[in-house]
Structure formats: structure tokens, C-alpha cells
Ligand binder design. Structure first.
Ligand code: GLN
Length: 535
């Protein structure tokens, strides 16, 4: 039977609850257990798919096409497991399914209430995570901070589970802040005590506390916290600030958090295999050289909007012992008539255009792509970055000057990128893109084949528009290579330009599958070419 670890947070947000949850999952996996992760987000949106990336950051897509919170990306990168639709549950998703059940008459005339109907729905989603993943242990992070109105029903569901299943099945980790007060030069325990009081006031008794502090809390303070909060002293774990986040699981391991959980669950303490992770830490702490890449986007004021792309670039850098510096360039700035592209790109050796929606900044991105193509600067395009590379090529090489996407101009003479037929009559914005895994067949003797070393790949998608096959011939005649195709629907998935050091773009999002210990082939090729371009 699946066991459940819940990670709650108190005092303030932004304590690194997600990293704590992932680190616990990583350690339990290293001990030989099958793990799965889940996040509860208390907002009313059904999923973050329609939220503004500048406010909410990137939308991470699971293999089965669920649009999720960017924390899921951190989870996948830490635990190297593919998550699924039951990994990200929002209040909106819960309410939607409760209301749908009510409309179908499934509650048989009952008055539908927060308790038990909403809380039962939440419990079902928790159980479903265990069943759908067949995991030994599911680690669930509860978004928000204890005391928020929004997360009350989630906490109530956990309270019921702790009561119904007991300590052998449920383990609760509460993360809090231990602030350092300058002047009196002390770490303070009161916020932690108050936060645990809030939690126990809701009927939830934490089994372990994770204390976020600038340095390790002294034994005397831990003893005080242990006494006031009724948590055993050895179950109080320090989470100190680190330079390299990959060190966090090892810090927890040294404090035996995994042993404490497994002991409570009465599960065997198999030997932990952390060799690969330890090697990663050594690599990251000893990078030998640096390479600089331009990321030309429109949500650049919030780097989290591109978090998986940023991480994927870093992962590929690790492979060559390089630190990757990213120069974030606002695409709209490139649209100014007097812009000096040479000056802007002078300190980078590779250019990347990531995904995006809407017409703002696209002409600037096209300029950046043209600059990369004409000046033989390595280029990686992702999703919108592929669509714009095709438009740039059509305009400047095939002389289809008015080539564009119907996303930017509904009626245009040369809709090189157009809506898929099955998208034309869709009215709802949420969850209706082409989402998740689709197969792609790669032609031999192409850059794509050279990078992937296989002709069948599965990659994750999130887009509504497609390469328009009516323009296949003219683009190919002018030298563009369509190296990856989804055969089932005859859709172009990868394009490349062979008369170039490295010019490749994909309709899918490779960044969702990159891992720190297993960088993605497209990013590896791009970073390698960008390093070589330095020399
Ligand atoms: N806006 C484009 C589309 O919907 C590209 C999407 C993306 O880059 N993720 O097809």
C-alpha cells in the first residue's frame, strides 16, 4: 500500500518547500523506493495554463498533457521520474469535479459541503496519485502557508488522512523560518512555535520540522522547539542557505530525514545510492569555463517564465564542465529601427528563442533569428522559436515577404504557420492546446539524428499553431530541412538549416525532459556548438 508524506509550510512563503519535498523524494528513491510527487495549489484556476507567465512563471507540461505549476519541473529534475495528471491539483480542479458530480446527481440529493464532499474529493486525488503511479511513497507539497483561508480544505483532508491511516502510512513535514535578528545576534524560535500551533490548531501534528535558517540552529534552540512543538529532537532538521541547491538533499541525508521517515513507516532501510548526485554536486562546484547564450524572449522580467529552458542550458553546460551565462534580451528592444544587433550579441556565442504566445515582440525575435542565421551563430528555437525561424526563412530566403502566422494576423497572404484544423472551432482557452507527448520520426543524415542518435523520439508539446504543409516544397527547395515529422498527423516537428554551424528548432519543448544528470540532446548540441563558436 502506498504511503504518503505531506510537506506543509509556515511563517512565510518562499522557504523552499518544493526543494524540501523533492529532496525527501530523491532520498527515498535513492533508498530503493518508487516515489511520486504531487503539488496542491490553492488557487481557483483549474490549472495555470491560462495564467500570465510574468505573474506565475512557466507552465510545466507533463508527458500526459497536463499543464502544471513550474514546481513540477523542479520535482521531475530532482527525482528523474515522469509525473502525470494527478501531480498538480488546484482548488479549481477540485471544485470543478465536485460541481460536475453534483450536476450529474452523484450526491443523491445530499447538501454538497466543504466537509465531506470537497475534502473527500481531495483525498481521492491523493489516493489516485498513489494508484496511477504505483508508487511506494507519494510526497505531496501543500502550496501556500498554514493559516491561509485558501488551503484550509487541503489541510482538513490531510488531517482526516492522518487520523484515519495513522503514523505508519502518513508522515507530515512542516517547514518554517528561524529568523536571525541583527543587534541581539540571535536565531529566534517564536515564529516556528506559532506556526506549529496554527497547524496543531487545525488538528494536524507534524512528525518532523524543517527549519530554514542562515546557519544551523544551536542544540539548545532545537531542544526548545522540540519541547514547545512536541516534535522529537532528532526529527528537527536544519535547512541552511546553500550556494548550490543540489547540496540540499545531501544536507538532509546527513541529518537522516529519510531514515526517520522510513522508520516511522516501518519500511526497510535499504542502503542509499547517492553516487550520481554526489558527482553532480562535484561537477557543479568545479565548473572550469563559461559560455554565454542570448535568450530572446518577451517575459524576461520574470526569469521563472523560462525556468526549464534556463535549467536545461545549465545541465548541458555541466556536461562540458561549463557554466552557462544567460543574457536575457527583451525582443521588443530589437524592434527599434536604430538597434545595433552586432553590439547586442557581441558577448554571446549562441542565440535561443523560446516559446511564447501572442504577437508582441515577434518582429524582434525574427531579427535575432535572422542575425543568427546570416552570421552563423548557433541557434536553438523552441516552439514559437521554430515557427518564427520558419517565417524568417520564408521571408528572407524564399522571398515570401508577407509570410507570417495566423496567430499574429488572422488573414494573411502567406500563412506559413496556421491553426491546426481541429483547433479552428475551439472556443475554450484552457487545456485545449496540443499538449503532452507526441511521437516524432527523425530522418537519417540530419543534425537532429546526429544529436538524438535514434529515429523515434517522444517529446512534450504545448501549442495551437502548426507548420503549414502547403509551404513544404518551397522551403525545402530553398534549403530548409524538415528533419522531424509526426507521422500520425503529418506535422512538422523539427526544422534545421544545414549550411550553418548549428541551426535547429523544434515545435515541441525539449526543456521539459532535460535532467541535471541527463541533459537533453538538443541542448547538449547547442551548448557544444556555442562553446566551439567561442574558440
Ligand atoms: N503561440 C504558438 C502556438 O500556439 C507557440 C506556442 C509556444 O511557443 N509554446 O502555436
Amino acid at each position: 500500500m502506498t504511503k504518503y508524506v505531506f510537506v506543509t509550510g509556515g511563517v512565510v512563503s518562499g522557504l523552499g518547500k518544493g526543494i524540501t519535498a523533492s529532496s525527501i523524494a530523491l532520498l527515498l528513491k535513492a533508498r530503493g523506493y518508487k516515489v511520486f510527487m504531487q503539488k496542491f495549489d490553492p488557487y481557483i484556476n483549474v490549472d495555470p495554463g491560462t495564467m500570465n507567465p510574468i505573474q506565475h512563471g512557466e507552465v510545466f507540461v507533463t508527458y500526459d498533457g497536463c499543464e502544471t505549476d513550474l514546481d513540477l519541473g523542479h520535482y521531475e529534475r530532482f527525482i528523474d521520474e515522469e509525473l502525470n495528471y494527478s501531480s498538480n491539483i488546484t482548488s479549481g480542479k477540485i471544485y470543478k469535479s465536485v460541481i460536475e458530480k453534483e450536476r450529474k446527481g452523484e450526491y443523491l440529493g445530499a447538501t454538497v459541503q466543504m466537509i465531506p464532499h470537497v475534502t473527500n474529493e481531495i483525498k481521492n486525488k491523493i489516493i489516485e496519485a498513489g494508484v496511477s503511479s504505483n508508487a511506494d511513497i507519494v510526497i505531496t507539497e501543500i502550496g501556500g502557508t498554514v493559516g491561509d483561508i485558501e488551503s484550509l480544505t487541503f489541510l482538513e483532508a490531510i488531517r482526516q488522512m492522518q487520523h484515519e491511516l495513522g503514523n505508519e502510512e502518513i508522515f507530515i513535514v512542516h517547514t518554517t523560518l528561524v529568523p536571525f535578528i541583527y543587534g541581539s545576534e540571535e536565531l529566534k524560535s517564536k515564529p516556528t512555535q506559532n506556526s506549529v500551533k496554527d497547524l496543531t490548531g487545525l488538528g494536524i501534528y507534524p512528525n518532523a520540522l524543517v527549519l530554514r535558517a542562515p546557519f544551523a540552529t544551536p542544540a539548545s534552540l532545537k531542544l526548545k522547539i522540540s519541547t514547545f512543538c512536541s516534535v522529537p529532537l532528532e526529527n528537527i532538521i536544519d535547512s541552511i542557505d546553500v550556494k548550490n541547491i543540489y547540496e540540499i538533499p545531501i544536507n538532509y541525508y546527513n541529518q537522516k530525514i529519510d531514515e526517520i521517515i522510513l522508520k516511522q513507516f516501518k519500511l526497510d532501510l535499504k542502503k542509499a545510492d547517492l553516487k550520481e548526485w554526489q558527482n553532480l554536486i562535484n561537477t557543479v562546484n568545479n565548473l572550469k569555463d563559461e559560455v554565454s547564450i542570448a535568450l530572446v524572449g518577451k517575459y524576461i522580467e520574470l526569469h521563472d517564465a523560462y525556468i526549464s529552458v534556463i535549467e536545461s542550458l545549465k545541465h548541458a553546460g555541466y556536461k562540458f564542465n561549463y557554466k552557462v551565462n544567460i543574457k536575457f534580451i527583451d525582443a521588443e528592444n530589437l524592434e527599434k529601427p536604430d538597434v545595433n544587433l552586432k553590439e547586442i550579441f557581441k558577448d554571446v556565442t549562441g542565440i535561443l528563442v523560446p516559446g511564447g504566445f501572442g504577437s508582441r515582440g515577434i518582429e524582434g525575435k525574427i531579427k535575432a533569428i535572422e542575425y543568427a542565421r546570416v552570421n552563423d551563430v548557433p541557434y536553438l528555437g523552441i516552439c514559437l522559436g521554430m515557427q518564427l525561424a520558419v517565417i524568417e526563412f520564408a521571408r528572407h530566403v524564399c522571398h515570401l515577404e508577407d509570410a507570417t502566422s495566423t496567430e499574429f494576423k488572422e488573414t494573411c497572404a502567406n500563412p506559413i504557420i496556421d491553426l491546426m484544423a481541429d483547433q479552428k472551432y475551439i472556443l475554450n482557452m484552457g487545456g485545449t492546446l496540443r499538449l503532452g507527448n507526441y511521437e516524432c520520426t527523425i530522418s537519417k543524415n540530419t543534425l537532429a539524428y546526429n544529436l538524438y542518435k535514434t529515429d523515434k523520439i517522444l517529446e512534450r508539446h504545448r501549442h495551437r499553431y502548426e507548420f503549414n504543409n502547403n509551404y513544404k516544397k518551397i522551403l525545402e527547395e530553398n534549403g530548409l530541412v524538415l528533419s522531424g515529422i509526426n507521422e500520425a498527423s503529418n506535422l512538422v516537428e523539427i526544422i534545421e538549416y544545414p549550411h550553418h554551424k548549428f541551426f535547429i528548432a523544434s515545435q515541441f519543448h525539449p526543456e521539459f525532459k532535460s535532467r541535471p544528470t541527463r541533459p537533453h540532446p538538443l541542448f547538449v548540441g547547442f551548448i557544444k556548438a556555442s562553446i566551439n563558436n567561442k574558440k
